[in-house]
Design a protein around this ligand. Sequence first.
Ligand code: NAD
Ligand code: PTL
Length: 484
Amino acid sequence: MTTAPTASHYIDGSYAEDAAGTAIDIIYPATGEIIGRVHSATPEMVERALASARRAQPEWAAMTGMERGRILRRAADIIRDRNRELSILETYDTGKPLQETLVADATSGADALEYFGGLAASLAGEYIPQPGGDFVYTIRQALGVCVGIGAWNYPTQIACWKAAPALACGNTMVFKPSETTPLCALKIAEILTEAGAPPGVFNVVQGLGDVGAALVNDPRVAKVSLTGSVPTGRKVYAAAAAGMKHVTMELGGKSPLIVFDDATLDDAVSGAILGNFYSSGQVCSNGTRVFVQKGIRDAFLARLCERLSTAKLGDPLDEATNFGPMVSEAQLSIVKRYIAKGIEEGASLAYGGKRQPGPGFFLEPTVFAGVTDEMTIAREEIFGPVLSLLEFDDEEEVIGRANATEFGLAGGVFTNDLTRAHRVVARLEAGTCYINTYNLAPVEAPFGGVKASGVGRENSKEAIAHYSEVKTIHVAMNGVEAPF
Ligand SMILES: NC(=O)c1ccc[n+]([C@@H]2O[C@H](COP(=O)([O-])OP(=O)(O)OC[C@H]3O[C@@H](n4cnc5c(N)ncnc54)[C@H](O)[C@@H]3O)[C@@H](O)[C@H]2O)c1
Ligand SMILES: CCCCC=O
């Protein structure tokens, strides 16, 4: 299979190139090899993409929801038919093991297109009766041109989670993938065209932050949906505010995972593994602060390390591999700096911590024990396979410590006392909570953060409100009275 893209951008229903843009190498994280190259969008490419999206929008919005939905659902079917090919591409883009990408990426994208394709026909307003037979009705209208900006950890999923609700509501989109993972969104654009989306409905332009900023600042853009870090979120949110644009901000986290001493030990360890080492720890909602109640701390740590020793690091394209490389040398260096900081500040390295010899950006799954709330590794998002284990005595204490962060993306509780579980999650300052499980994100459920972790929600019926607005129409049936 060839991984090099046909061209850098996808505009107005076909691939587009402008070699004048700065070259961006596409690097396969498992080997460090350059497997392709794209060019950052020049101002001319940005202009073409926005003009195309603007031109296409009224006609796309004028189609019925049934018609738009049918196209989205057809795209979902094509994605499912090509799941293996798309999963391999996701693995080349990100380095995530094929074992994972086969079930978590294109499939999640297809779910979003299917779900919002199904909802499209039912997007309607309300009828509100008024005295004397007058009435008010509301209609739900598209916002216009939306911009999607992606992070590198889930390139297919992020493109689809943004495109599906946006397009279902009658918007068009210009999407900028992360410069680290430029491949997958192009395929989604190609598939949407094949499924019948008119030219300009979904466009992809490549580039770094400057291209993202050019899109966000353009007056034709009505809404910006960013998946990225909190510092980028602050910049993009501020730029969008200047233009009074709608935003969805899916940002970073430092989520707590609380394990009470009555939890089923192996389930709690599974939750900690899913919440720290899936996608080599590069998941926004990860429960990287694992608070374990003192009574089971030693047993938990022993079992966790025992199970980590069975992780299979290696060639991500080998379906037996279940732990892949970091996405890039740069991200690996960031994580290694955090590991050094953890050791320097007195945490005890209980497992891993080393880069794997040989090519590629492989880092062992890493566990720190004896972590305290003040340590850097307990406060900052690391975005790599590093779990911090903290101890606690009681419920009240752990809730206070869990919430003592600027982030609020997710949180989890493992306990067999369900009353306690519900009591605790009700008080966690987090947009998404888990009881006796971790890191699920089905399309039917809202996903997103509170506090610095974000604004708005992706997925579920909630996302519709973030990609449309309501128009109110007052109708008089009995003439009009005026004071003079
Ligand atoms: N909450 C979520 O759903 C979610 C999901 C995945 C990743 N993330 C977060 O993403 C981060 C990792 O991804 P990353 O390193 O790619 O994030 P990042 O913030 O560095 O970049 C995100 C995107 O923003 C673009 N960008 C950078 N500066 C910009 C600017 N000034 N204007 C417009 N666009 C700009 C980048 O080119 C990239 O496409 C982590 O913090 C992670 O938690 C959040
Ligand atoms: C659980 C899926 C979350 C996607 C963000 O990284």
